[in-house]
Design a binder for this molecule. Structure first.
Ligand code: 0A1
Ligand code: ZN
Length: 879
């Protein structure tokens, strides 16, 4: 094992900053190889017992000089080390510290701090990137007012942007250079700092706020891509309006700018007034973006915009509170998308994501609480748990205290903590106050990791016309948490009878109000009396809590619910539950060398749903999507054989394709849109259902259906259909697949975002040849380890989107990932660590794969010189 490990940072060790920063004035002289940054900080001892020695963070910086109150400091006046700078002897009053640093943006491959993407200067400072620009107390509870002057070569960088409002700009005579000054009046932590410079195209618009102020909106992109910004701009304006109506939040600067760059470690970043985006989440045209891309753009534009209040105006005291801004902002963007599109379909999609990523994370070695209590590398905590489970916790809070108290609590939070760096305690106190409730037990959702398991056992007693429901909860052990306490679990419910939802005459037992059960104890018993017939309970409506629910309902009950439940989410869930059982049984049969058993009732129910013209096509498309392979693996829970799960999925898809062929063909024929492409939810829903039908049809391998898919590909007038056609051909291993891949490549060879899709389709193709193909594609001239999107499109997609081939029993998939990730680790540790999280479920695999995965993890762990990011992920995976 490699030796040193980064130190553990603990929530309990939090101490307020010794020094505060009131203002930051920066003068940045941009140069590709040596950018100089002069920073002037007005600092003062923290009145809450601060002062004393000054410690500033700094990483990979050249210190040019340092002045304290105008006096140049000599080498003996301060101490430099690899993580920063200390000045032992400080005045005990306010002071001015001036720092000159230099960095090389072109050599910055980590994409943290100041770097270059396709010739554009840009920055990424969350979580700890500002320390790669200058020496600074790089922590979110130090809030300062920033003024930034940028200067650069006028030809290379005609556009100069920073946070806040523009103040002035002009030429620097005789130098070929120009400058711009930006001022952000809102105090902010340095992780929200941003600057951009380059030769960028601009798309402009305006937005008039509720109080009548006009805001200039700009989206900046690489030249030639301006015509792909229309949807993002529209989504931005809708987000701004929505935050006014849904949360009473108005925008607070004169300008709002978005810049799209092609090299970015994550999705996007909410820098104050200057959001920087991975261009994948900005650029869209019918020819290049799928419906899913459009939906992602809408959600991420909204997410970053909503951070202006939840994250920027109120920020986090420390990085342990990350969910304070992320969970809340995901909740807000989910609600926005639900209002823009279909609420039930949105909920289904969100829950699918939650289960596919967060439930998997929570069940493995990387499980951690929504608010972690310790970390070695904060970059590794931008996780599904912090984001998605964090959003679920907010959603539960709303369900528990009701809409009115929730909104009042949000208003109070904004009023009370505006301009502050807050904690989860601060946040919850607002809701305790507006609801009058004690949220002590609720708070366990922030500290206990693992997915709670709820068992519901119902018993009908005809002699007393009563239905008894026993609910039990438990939570499996997770790293560092062997024993859990019972949580408060909101369970929305209904009782379905032959005529719809039934109302019991009397309810006995604790915790039931209207359609909500509050499960608080380890075991709770509820009796519904005065029912005319045996009900089928519909539990956890709308997925009211992020738990694993097991019931004693049989398939007949579930299929009854699939047809009758008044809650659309649970109609979908009921079908999924039956499909999960079928797939789990099928993979067991396949592993035992037998044949899986069909279920005519399931097929009939699926047919009915698919044919129900009164149901939204987008909803029907979701019904036709089987549980993911990860869902099945989770259901099995141990000794998992991904190849058997894959075979079971193939079998069931083929069975559905054959048994429902007439229905699916009718859908395919009937749903064609004879109008130009529009990305709206209704049109996207039709395409989703039509493509789902085609995909199932072709799963039989029937020549006519494959030919139909080929025509679908060839005749498509938009990327959604073209890509769906290509995917079907590749997945079916059709003869036409290679020619289609080549045609696709030729058409889009100069379009990186589309070429990413081409890489992904091949990386996720079934069959043993895929590994070799991935290796071959790494030699493709367009493949580059330096571009995170490309790496994720090929290597990330293979490791996370192709479970059967990544988890090859010979371990070759693991070795490939290990080799590529350790190579990337030398240039971009964040990206490497994220790729390696694909190992997170290795412990539940059957012994051969488990041993191979462990061997690769141990090999990586033994390497010298691993980054903190990668060694943290690998070590935790092995613990
Ligand atoms: N706050 C951003 C996520 C983000 C985090 C770290 C980054 O560093 C590379 C970038 C973005 C969000 O929630 O959108
Ligand atoms: Zn966010």
């Amino acid at each position: 094992m490699a030796k040193d490990q980064a130190p553990v940072i603990r929530l309990e060790d939090y101490r307020p900053p010794a020094w505060l920063v009131d203002t930051v004035e920066m003068d940045v002289r941009l140069d590709p190889a040596r950018t100089e940054i002069l920073t002037r900080l007005a600092i003062r001892p923290n009145p809450a017992g601060g002062g004393g020695p000054l410690r500033l963070d700094g990483e990979d910086l050249e210190l040019v000089w340092l002045k304290l109150d105008g006096r140049r400091l000599a080498a003996g006046d301060y101490r430099l080390d690899e993580s920063g700078l200390s000045i032992a002897s400080m005045p005990d009053t306010a002071a001015v510290l001036e720092i000159a640093t230099a960095v090389d943006p072109s050599a910055n491959t980590r994409l943290m701090g100041l770097y270059r993407s396709n010739g554009i200067y840009c920055t990424q400072c969350e979580a700890e990137g500002f320390r790669r620009i200058t020496f600074y107390p790089d922590r979110p509870d130090v809030l300062a007012v920033f003024t930034v002057r940028l200067e650069a070569d006028k030809v290379a960088a005609p556009v100069l942007l920073a946070n806040g409002n523009p103040v002035e700009s002009g030429d620097i005579a005789g130098t070929g250079r120009h400058y711009a000054v930006w001022h952000d009046p809102h105090p902010k932590p340095c992780y929200l700092f941003a600057m951009v410079a380059g030769d960028l195209g601009r798309v402009g618009d305006t937005f008039v706020t509720a109080s009548g102020r006009t805001v200039d909106l700009g989206i900046y992109v690489e030249r030639g891509k301006e015509d792909r910004c229309g949807y993002a701009m529209d989504a931005l304006k809708r987000s701004m309006r929505w935050d006014e109506t849904a949360f009473g939040r108005e925008y607070d600067l004169d300008v709002f700018n978005i810049v799209a760059v092609s090299d970015f470690n994550m999705g996007a970043m909410e820098n104050k007034g200057l959001n920087i985006f991975n261009d994948k989440y900005v650029l869209a045209s019918p020819e290049t973006a799928t419906d899913a891309d459009y939906a992602n753009i809408e959600a991420i534009i909204a997410h970053e915009y909503f951070h202006n209040w939840t994250g920027n105006r109120i920020t986090c005291r420390d990085w342990f509170q990350l969910c304070l801004k992320e969970g809340l902002t995901v909740f807000r963007d989910q609600e926005f998308s639900a209002d823009m599109r279909s609420r039930p379909v949105e909920r289904i999609a969100d829950v699918r994501t939650l289960k596919a990523h967060q439930f998997v994370e929570d069940a493995g070695p990387l499980a951690h609480p929504v608010r972690p209590e310790s970390y070695r590398e904060i970059n590794n905590f931008y996780t599904a748990t912090v984001y998605e489970k964090g959003a679920e916790v907010i959603r539960m809070l709303k369900v528990l205290i009701g809409d009115a108290a929730f909104r009042a609590g949000m208003d109070l939070y904004f009023a009370r903590h505006d301009g502050e760096a807050a904690t989860i305690e601060d946040f919850l106190a607002c809701f305790a106050e507006t609801s009058g409730r004690d949220l002590t037990q609720f708070k366990l959702w922030y500290s206990q990791s693992g997915t709670p398991e709820v068992t519901a056992t119902g018993r009908w007693d005809a002699s007393t016309s009563s239905y008894e429901l026993t609910l039990e909860q438990s939570c499996p052990p997770t790293p560092g948490q062997p024993v859990k306490q019972p949580m408060v679990i909101p369970i929305r419910f209904g009782l379905i009878g032959s005529g719809g939802d039934m109302q019991p005459a009397v309810v006995e037992g604790d915790g039931v109000t209207g359609d909500l059960i509050e499960l608080r104890a380890a075991r709770q018993r509820i009796v519904f009396r005065g029912l005319a017939e045996r009900p089928v309970p519909s539990l956890l409506r709308g997925f009211s809590a992020p738990v694993k629910l097991t019931t004693n309902l049989d398939d007949d009950d579930l299929l009854f619910a699939a047809a009758r439940d008044s809650d659309p989410f649970n109609r979908w869930q009921a079908l999924q539950s039956v499909a999960t059982r079928l797939l789990t049984d099928a993979q067991a049969a396949i592993r035992a060398g037998g044949a899986p058993a069909a279920d005519a009732r399931f097929l009939a129910s699926l047919r009915r749903t698919a044919e129900s013209a009164d149901l939204d096509p987008a909803f029907r498309a979701q019904a036709l999507h089987l549980p993911t392979q990860a869902d099945i693996a989770r259901d099995i829970g141990r000794e998992v054989d991904p190849a058997a799960i894959h075979a079971a999925e193939d079998w069931l898809r083929g069975l559905i394709g054959a048994s429902l062929a007439d229905t699916l063909r009718a859908l395919y024929g009937g749903l064609a849109l004879n109008a130009p492409y529009t990305p709206d939810a209704a049109a996207a829903g039709r395409r989703a259902l039509r493509n789902a039908a085609l995909s199932l049809l072709s799963a039989t391998g029937d020549a006519a259906d494959i030919e139909m898919a080929e025509r679908h590909f060839r005749n498509a007038d938009n990327m959604t259909d073209r890509l769906a056609g290509l995917q079907i051909l590749v997945r079916a291993g059709a003869e036409a697949a290679e020619a289609a891949l080549a045609a696709f490549h030729d058409r889009y060879r100069d379009d990186p975002l589309v070429l990413d899709k081409w890489f992904t389709i091949q990386a996720t193709a079934p069959g043993e040849a895929t590994l070799g193909r991935v290796i071959e594609l790494m030699r493709h001239p367009a493949f580059a380890l330096s571009n995170p999107n490309r790496v994720r499109a090929l290597i990330g997609a293979f490791a996370s989107g192709n479970p059967a081939q990544f988890n090859r029993p010979d371990g070759a998939g693991y070795r490939l990932l290990g080799e590529v990730a350790t190579q990337i680790d030398r240039s971009n540790p964040q990206l490497a660590a994220r790729l390696l999280s694909a190992f997170r479920s290795w412990r539940v695999l059957e012994p051969v794969r488990r041993a191979a995965a462990r061997a690769e993890l141990e090999r990586i762990a033994s390497l010298d010189g691993l980054s903190r990011d990668t060694s943290d992920i690998v070590r935790r995976s092995l613990e």
